[in-house]
Ligand binder design. Structure first.
Ligand SMILES: Nc1ncnc2c1ncn2[C@@H]1O[C@H](COP(=O)(O)OP(=O)(O)OP(=O)(O)O)[C@@H](O)[C@H]1O
Ligand SMILES: [Mg+2]
Length: 253
């Protein structure tokens, strides 16, 4: 379990996370929703300690990771995580195989002679076969997301953080990716944290969803409770999402 207590993050005068508290339980699929710019990416970057919070605690394995500065300890902590960056962040200068193997050397004790086998196995798990030699520029958007996912699971992390995994994909590919995320969760016994403003994705995969608004979690609960919530921010978010989807369907976007 990761216990987040009164987490604060500000950029100069902009208080983005204003005392957030939440427990993320082992094995769960936890989604963070909220409009653009509300601090979703900032939240998960704090969790994995890519950025240092200005206050509060992140307790993992009994230790407060929010306060640690020691690079060696931070690196050890980060080994538990894979992070799917918003936009994928594949290395264009490396081919598919090299991308998937990238973390193995630094983040695992796997033997180099096994890298190729591991990469093929993970690519196959995300439904990609015989693509090892392809360059990143030769992949479609959906294939790039799959390769990012294969790279994320290659290091066998305890936690996977997904930042907007379906943004920019067509509805059918989005659904395939959301099925894959669920599938990974079941097969690999991991804890997943998904950041998204895709209501459909969050509802279809999450055990719990949180609504980030004005620096706080306005709501944390099951998708079902989210739908039924009386919270005005949650209601507004749901209504806007429905309007967006209808506009999209009617070709007005
Ligand atoms: N490195 C930074 N320096 C200064 N301000 C930042 C930095 N990163 C983020 N911010 C600001 O913090 C706020 C939250 O940004 P963040 O990227 O966490 O939002 P988000 O919810 O992930 O948005 P989106 O849905 O568009 O990805 C924004 O106002 C942003 O301008
Ligand atoms: Mg973001």
């Amino acid at each position: 379990m990761i216990e987040v207590e009164n987490l604060v993050k500000k950029y100069k005068d902009n208080i983005v996370l204003d005392s957030i508290s939440v427990n993320i339980y082992d094995g769960e699929m936890f989604s963070v929703m909220g409009p653009s710019g509300c601090g979703k990416s900032t939240f998960i970057k704090c969790l994995v300690r890519l950025i240092k919070p200005d206050g509060g605690r992140i307790i993992a394995d009994g230790k407060n990771m929010a306060a640690i500065d020691d690079e060696f300890e931070l690196a050890k902590y980060r080994r538990n995580f894979s992070y799917l960056f918003q936009g994928g962040a594949l290395f264009d200068s490396l081919n598919v195989m090299e991308n998937v193997c990238f973390g193995l050397k630094y983040l695992t004790d796997a033997e180099p002679s096994n890298y190729e086998r591991i990469a093929k196995e993970k690519l196959s798990l995300v439904g990609l076969n015989n693509v090892e030699e392809l360059e990143i520029s030769e992949l479609s958007g959906g294939m790039k997301k799959r390769v990012s996912l294969a790279r994320a699971i290659a290091t066998e992390p305890k936690y996977i953080l997904y930042d907007e995994p379906t943004t920019g994909l067509d509805p059918v590919t989005s659904e395939t990716i959301s099925d894959l995320i669920l599938d990974m969760q079941k097969k690999l016994d991991i804890t997943s944290i998904v950041v998204t403003h895709d209501l459909k994705l969050a509802f279809s995969i999450s055990d719990r969803v949180a609504m980030l608004h004005a620096g706080k979690f306005d709501f944390v609960g099951t998708p079902d409770d989210f739908r039924k919530s009386d919270n005005s921010v949650v209601k507004g978010f749901i209504n806007n999402s429905i309007i967006d989807e209808n506009n999209h369907k009617n070709g007005r976007e």
